[in-house]
Design a protein around this ligand. Structure first.
Ligand code: CA
Ligand code: CA
Ligand code: CA
Length: 217
């Protein structure tokens, strides 16, 4: 075996290892994508249901928009612009359920203002509870508890399928609903990646050949 042949084999081996490492990185830890729903694109009193499906989130039609300067009591201030949502008693029983669409969530949260304690609960696909967190009491502006408006309730857990906000009376508001989607590499895109890696390895070897030939001559 000549030195140039050994060099060629080493180069190929190195290229192979590099591609394997890149592929491992690509298929490794899922990348989280943060999305914030500020509700400011919707109309005053509009029922919140399927408007955000293409952003990966499904509301269930039990909340509606309140708008500052119009329908919203200013003791429940929005976080962003003028709109937020509330558990409209004429639409449901005080539970706002929000489902993950397409990919599960790794974290979820929202800014909550209520007339009483409000609880955020995260569920897995099998309806088991992944976690709960609560505001601790009334937190509208100047509430006797001393709690300030817009407490950010958030939970982090793998594979969140849906969440609920729930109080034990009257109404509460939610603004800037936030979630992180678990983006899992798809088999098709990984095949594409391996094809690209194989192509790169081939290109590398082909580029090296003229150089080796020149060395021999
Ligand atoms: Ca819906
Ligand atoms: Ca808003
Ligand atoms: Ca309620």
């Amino acid at each position: 075996m000549t030195i140039s042949t050994v060099m060629k084999k080493l180069s190929l081996a190195t290229a192979g290892v590099t591609c394997l490492t890149l592929a491992t990185l690509g298929s490794g830890k899922a990348q989280a994508v943060d999305t914030v729903i500020d509700f400011d694109s919707l109309l005053d009193l509009e029922i919140v249901d399927n408007q955000f499906l293409n952003q990966g989130v499904d509301f269930n039609g039990t909340a509606s928009i309140l708008q500052l300067g119009s329908s919203l009591n200013s003791l429940f201030p929005p976080v962003s612009a003028n709109n937020l949502i509330y558990d409209n008693p004429s639409l449901g029983n005080g539970i706002i359920r929000v489902d993950a669409v397409n990919s599960l969530w790794s974290s979820v949260g929202g800014f909550v203002t209520g007339t009483t304690n409000v609880t955020l609960t995260a569920y897995a696909s099998d309806n088991s509870i992944l976690g709960t967190v609560s505001t601790g009491g009334a937190n509208f502006q100047d509430a006797a508890t001393g709690l300030l408006p817009n407490i950010f309730l958030s939970l982090t857990a793998p594979d969140i399928s849906y969440i609920t906000f729930q109080d034990s009376g009257n109404t509460y508001t939610v603004d800037n609903f936030t979630f992180s989607s678990q983006s899992v590499p798809e088999p098709t895109s990984m095949l594409g990646f391996f094809a690209l890696a194989a192509f790169s390895a081939t290109s590398f070897v082909k580029r090296k050949q003229p150089q080796n030939a020149a060395t021999k001559a």
